[in-house]
Design a protein around this ligand. Structure first.
Ligand SMILES: Cc1cc2nc3c(=O)[nH]c(=O)nc-3n(C[C@H](O)[C@H](O)[C@H](O)COP(=O)(O)OP(=O)(O)OC[C@H]3O[C@@H](n4cnc5c(N)ncnc54)[C@H](O)[C@@H]3O)c2cc1C
Length: 389
């Protein structure tokens, strides 16, 4: 397999690099390297401005078809952009849920009216979305969703509770998996609704995380309303749409992130050099091992991209999720071991690495936990008997 980039791809990389560098070393320098894991609460207004700047230059929705305002970029081009984004210190994206999850879902499952109404706000970076899937008793077992939506004239009325809703405190819209037929079997009575956040029937309560900040929230619906036409796909056919969204979540957007990990590994290595721990033979091995694992991860991503491009998903995305999530959690542990006692009186660099450690505990949970990925690999790659239900 030839893993080299073509001249067109090299040009695409050069364009992305110069655009990003010009802005992130110029007018948007304040957001450079900000808003990442454990830092999501910082500089929201500035990062929203940055989102709109990306939108103006058509860097949002890279992989979406051109007819819906995207660039129709290939997966390799998307990965190149994400790599350059990380290299330039691009900030945590406030529009990530809209671009990565809801947008592709609307492109794939939405009506023409929904495409016209909702895609431009994501592409321009003017509307922020959040994801209303998880509930206190519905996480890995997502089909157990109990939030209900009932018809009232030409509107849906929602009652129930979501939890772990990232960005809910900033979002203008939420997509909600809700039960619209309580008598139907678990997976069959659900619908996928688009609901405006700014209304009396929605209450948001921040959840303070181990990092000390609140990236996510509890979201309560008590008579919240949305127009009937805001159902994506069929009424009671929301499960299929919800699974489509999850496939997008585990797809291309995660493929370029090893460069962000590389930035973190560089910071850890610099610290190890500065505090002398880099002379410790075991620590040297762990640092080298992390570097090698990142190379393997990158080649794995490059190798699986053509498969994804041809719609052959299979267990490849489960393997990728398991791989990067486990790596990142181990990287957080390495960071703390290198920090040693300096975690007790941390300067800014040490604080960042401590936050990396704390936040990376979440990587093996969201987007499908490690155990769930193991189940997928067991069943789809190894052909093991299905998990008993
Ligand atoms: C940082 C972060 C952000 C998030 N953002 C959002 C968001 O924006 N919107 C949203 O809807 N949700 C969000 N989530 C929720 C996330 O999707 C859930 O946490 C995840 O699906 C796991 O569900 P749970 O927490 O209910 O754990 P559970 O499903 O209760 O799992 C508990 C434990 O049991 C294991 N387990 C469960 N089922 C099985 C099984 N069948 N086989 C083997 N082991 C199993 C799990 O792996 C886990 O270790 C977020 C979570 C995190 C950590």
């Amino acid at each position: 397999m030839d893993l080299r980039f073509t001249p067109e791809q090299a040009r695409f990389r050069a364009d992305a690099r110069s655009w990003l560098t010009e802005r992130l070393e110029g007018p948007f320098a304040v957001v450079r390297g900000r808003g990442g894991p454990g830092d999501e609460h910082e500089l929201f207004d500035e990062r929203w401005k940055w989102e709109r700047e990306l939108g103006r230059a058509n860097w949002i929705g890279l992989g979406w078809p051109a007819e819906y305002g995207g660039r129709g970029a290939t997966l390799v081009e998307q990965m190149i952009f994400y790599e350059e984004y990380a290299r330039a210190g691009g900030p945590g994206r406030v529009g990530i849920v809209g671009e990565g999850l809801l947008g592709p879902t609307i492109v794939h499952f939405g009506s023409d009216a929904q495409k016209q109404r909702f895609l431009p706000g994501i592409l321009r970076g003017t509307e922020i979305w959040c994801q209303g899937y998880s509930e206190p008793d519905a996480g890995s077992d997502l089909a157990n969703v109990q939030t209900r939506a009932e018809r009232d004239g030409d509107e849906w009325v929602l009652h129930g509770q979501k939890v772990w809703t990232s960005l809910a405190h900033w979002a203008q819209w939420i997509f909600v998996l809700a039960r619209t037929d309580r008598d139907a079997p678990k997976h069959k009575g659900l619908s996928y609704l688009l609901v405006p956040m700014d209304q009396a029937g929605i209450e948001i309560r921040p959840i303070v995380q181990i990092t000390g900040h609140s990236e996510f929230n509890e979201t309560f619906f008590d008579g919240a309303r949305t127009p009937l036409e805001n159902v994506v796909g069929e009424v009671n056919g929301g499960w299929r749409v919800a699974m489509g969204t999850l496939a997008f979540e585990r797809g291309a957007s995660t493929l370029g992130q090893q460069l962000a990990f590389e930035n973190e590994l560089r910071a850890i290595t610099e610290l190890a050099r500065a505090n002398g721990i880099a002379t410790d033979p075991v620590m040297r091995q762990r640092l080298a091992d992390a570097w090698i694992t990142l190379r393997v991860m990158r080649f794995h991503a490059l190798r699986t991209l053509p498969l994804l491009e041809h719609g052959v998903v299979g267990p490849a995305t489960a393997i990728h999720k398991l791989f990067w999530a486990s790596f990142h959690r181990a990287l957080g542990e390495l960071a703390v071991d290198v920090l040693g006692v300096s975690t007790l009186a941390p300067d800014e660099a040490a604080q960042r690495l401590t936050r990396l450690f704390l936040y990376s505990r979440a990587d093996t949970i969201y987007g499908g936990s490690n155990e769930i990925q193991h189940n997928v690999i067991g069943e789809q790659a190894l052909g093991l008997p299905r998990e008993p239900r």
